[in-house]
Design a protein around this ligand. Structure first.
Ligand SMILES: Nc1ncnc2c1ncn2[C@@H]1O[C@H](COP(=O)(O)OP(=O)(O)OP(=O)(O)O)[C@@H](O)[C@H]1O
Length: 694
């Protein structure tokens, strides 16, 4: 028996335990965050490739993936096009003919006999000669019959790792794993009509049909929310009633700065500040979420809170999700303080600083020479010892720092925590998702802001858009261009930052400097580019969504989003929030890169409104149950399968179920919930680990 168990695959095994997965593949998988079997089986497909019935060639008028049942009209030709060999054929059925090309597959010339009839399945693109099918898979009729109506999983990949390899690895892991115990209590499964766990897991990767897929998905979404909510509640249980070790009583400096600001705070900002000050003065520690739409002015609220803490003799830290943002916060706080004669010592701490620079900052933090520390995750590395850290401000993605909180408490007392969020979700959902936090909402934008003017356009409009950008730059303004990809990819078409920046620079006069920014650049490179953009040494910044959160360059007045159809509306709303932050009129141009009218309709929602809540709820109304794959609403909430917008109903059901469980057993200590509790603890550790390794 023992021998058998040793042979069994375990969730904690490395992916190399799978037959056919070697060190090289393991390293590639690691890039995707997949280290062990458990990670692998939870790396859910990002989409599914559907084998639909064949299309008549004559009916194909827009690009997309198609299957056609056609004959090869004449002997295919091989043309050497620069380095690659292109095999070209003409496919015919009774309704018309279609060009087909393959790259670097010259052997097809002999394999595809003139007059031979096959099923060709591939992506039809539009090039200068019209429609053309690229890299088609050639299938026999029997083979196709078997695949018809099935869905093949499409995984997130990285260069060198093919979809086929991922599929095989997942399949083998699922085959080799022993059946896992379903940790969800039976009564919940029955009440909510949820699939069995092992079945759900298998089906999400290899569904038979749409119905089964949705059934499996619901179960996994439920699980994800359920574990999350329970974890939050357990955490809250342990952090509640924590005594306030950093009472904030004196508020003179903060109130003076508030009076002297060049603008009056909005009602929402004032109320939020009152909540914060009341909390920090009170008996227990503050754990508060500040929710406010893009550009609602959360930063100044954070700055005033930091100043209050410092005035009372403590240190305050502000943790940003990226180095670029940390630097920006550091600079804006420094500027505000120096403009108002406030002499506090502010330091910046980021991962990309040299060891010597870091050491100097550590010393300043330990000796309390530093009052305010702004940085990235570097702020919570073990080497950082605070003298008396009274407040930590963080963003919603990193709030789940169980270990972090523990770390702080080991370092001399738990600080107050303030979490900033721009995710536009209704209060009922916010209460569920932020169950461990009290909530303040900044529900208005600063007065005298001109609403952003929007338009949704097709690709042919580009030329005009570039002229428009040129005009704005000539007026002294700046522009952002967003592309979905960093560089050209074989798997996906769409605009990429590197080529796009090159193209724009060649179109614009040299006086307009175009640069690019993306997440794969080093911290120092990104900082340099952002700094140059903030100082208007760069006029047009072509970027991926790395600038989605928080970047504040009020002089930028145009945002052009390429392949807007690829993004979730909430995410587009965040992107749009990068303009319209100053007093000038701003513009947002969404380019729909597909010819799909439905996608246009979705984007039109953005055209109609600048209100994040409205957009999220309208988007929800337009989606059917089959639309949940492909586009995720928002990258802001770190769920791997659930979507807080689309799955709002499941989220509510989950919250009720969690409530019932906790009313039976407050800390899940009974035998009945032992497996569930273990699963939650594991989840907490994983989240804490991934947050720390960022
Ligand atoms: N009450 C106000 N009146 C006028 N301008 C304001 C007010 N509050 C903040 N601002 C300015 O509005 C701009 C946006 O503020 P801020 O960067 O704090 O937005 P945010 O809420 O953090 O948005 P995001 O979620 O996009 O990061 C800043 O340039 C800030 O100086």
């Amino acid at each position: 028996m023992d021998v058998l168990e040793d042979d069994e695959m375990k969730l904690t095994d490395s992916v190399t335990a799978i037959k056919g997965v070697g060190e090289k593949t393991a390293r590639l998988m690691e890039k995707l965050g997949i280290r062990n079997i458990e990670d692998l089986i939870h790396a859910y497909p990002r989409d599914y490739d559907r084998y639909e019935p064949v299309a008549a060639v004559g009916d194909i008028s827009v690009p997309g993936i198609y299957s056609v049942d056609a004959t090869v009209a004449r002997r295919p030709e091989v043309k050497p096009a620069s380095r690659i060999k292109v095999t070209a054929a003409v496919l015919q059925d009774g309704s018309g003919s279609l060009k087909a090309v393959w790259f670097n597959m010259p052997y097809l010339v002999n394999a595809l006999k003139p007059g031979g009839r096959y099923i060709f399945r591939g992506r039809v693109v539009r090039n200068q000669y019209g429609l053309c099918m690229e890299q088609a898979v050639v299938l026999g009729h029997d083979e196709y019959e078997k695949l018809l109506h099935t869905r093949q999983p499409v995984y997130n990949l990285t260069a060198g790792l093919t979809n086929k390899a991922m599929m095989k690895a997942v399949y083998q892991a699922l085959e080799a794993l022993p059946v896992q115990k379903d940790y969800l209590p039976d009564w919940i499964r029955k009440k909510e009509e949820l699939a069995e766990y092992n079945f759900a897991l298998r089906t999400i990767h290899f569904p038979k049909d749409e119905q089964e897929l949705l059934f499996a998905r619901k179960r996994l979404v439920f699980d994800e929310f359920f574990l999350f909510i329970l974890a939050l509640r357990l955490l809250r249980g342990s952090s509640e009633r924590k005594k306030n070790g950093f009472p904030v009583n004196a508020l003179e400096e903060a109130e003076r700065l508030e009076r002297e600001l060049p603008y009056a705070l909005t009602g929402g900002q004032k109320e939020t500040l009152r909540d914060i000050f009341r909390d920090m003065k009170g008996k227990s520690l503050m754990s508060r979420l500040v929710q406010g739409d893009v550009g609602s002015g959360k930063t100044i609220v954070a700055v005033l809170a930091l100043l209050a803490v410092v005035e009372n003799g403590y240190q305050g830290a502000m943790m940003a999700p990226t180095e670029v943002l940390a630097k920006q916060h550091y600079e804006s706080i420094t500027a505000i303080f120096s403009n108002h004669g406030i002499e506090k010592n502010i330091v910046l701490l980021t991962g990309s600083m040299s060891a010597r620079e870091k050491r100097e900052v550590y010393e300043k933090i330990a000796s309390h020479e530093a009052d305010i520390i702004v940085g990235t995750h570097a702020l919570i590395q073990e080497k950082v010892v605070y003298d008396s850290l009274g407040l930590v401000i963080t963003d919603e993605q990193h709030r789940f720092g169980v270990r972090q909180r523990k770390l702080f408490s080991e370092k001399g007392g738990e600080p107050h925590v303030l979490v900033m969020s721009a995710t536009p979700i209704p209060r009922t959902l916010a209460i569920i998702l932020y169950g461990d936090l009290d909530i303040s909402v900044i529900d208005e934008l600063p007065a005298r802001r001109l609403p952003i003017k929007n338009c949704v356009v097709g690709v042919p409009y580009r030329k005009k858009a570039y002229q428009f950008i040129e005009g704005e730059v000539k007026k002294g303004h700046q522009a952002y261009v967003i592309c979905p990809m960093v560089e050209e990819s074989e798997q996906m078409d769409g605009e990429n930052v590197i080529d796009y920046a090159r193209k724009l620079q060649s179109i614009f006069p040299l006086s307009i400097k175009v640069e690019y920014l993306h997440g794969r650049m080093s911290g120092a490179e990104k900082e340099e580019i952002m700094e140059a953009f903030a100082e208007n040494r760069i006029q047009v910044l072509v970027s991926t969504t790395v600038i989605e959160v928080g970047i504040d360059v009020p002089n930028a007045t145009v945002m052009l989003v390429e392949n807007a159809e690829r993004f979730g509306l909430a995410q587009l709303h965040q992107l749009r929030g990068r303009v319209g932050r100053g007093s000038s009129q701003s513009y947002c141009i969404f380019v729909n890169g597909s010819e799909d009218e439905e996608k246009n309709k979705r984007l039109e929602i953005l055209n109609k409104s600048n209100d994040g809540f409205y957009i999220a709820s309208e988007d929800l109304k337009m989606r059917g149950p089959g639309d949940i794959f492909g586009i995720r609403q928002s990258g802001l909430m770190e769920f791997s399968i659930g979507d807080v917008f689309t799955d709002a109903d499941i989220l509510k059901e989950t919250a009720e179920a969690a409530e019932t469980v906790l009313s039976e057993d407050q800390d899940l200590s009974s035998d009945k919930y032992r497996v569930l509790r273990q699963k939650i603890e594991l989840q907490l550790m994983r989240r804490a680990d991934s947050a720390l390794s960022l």
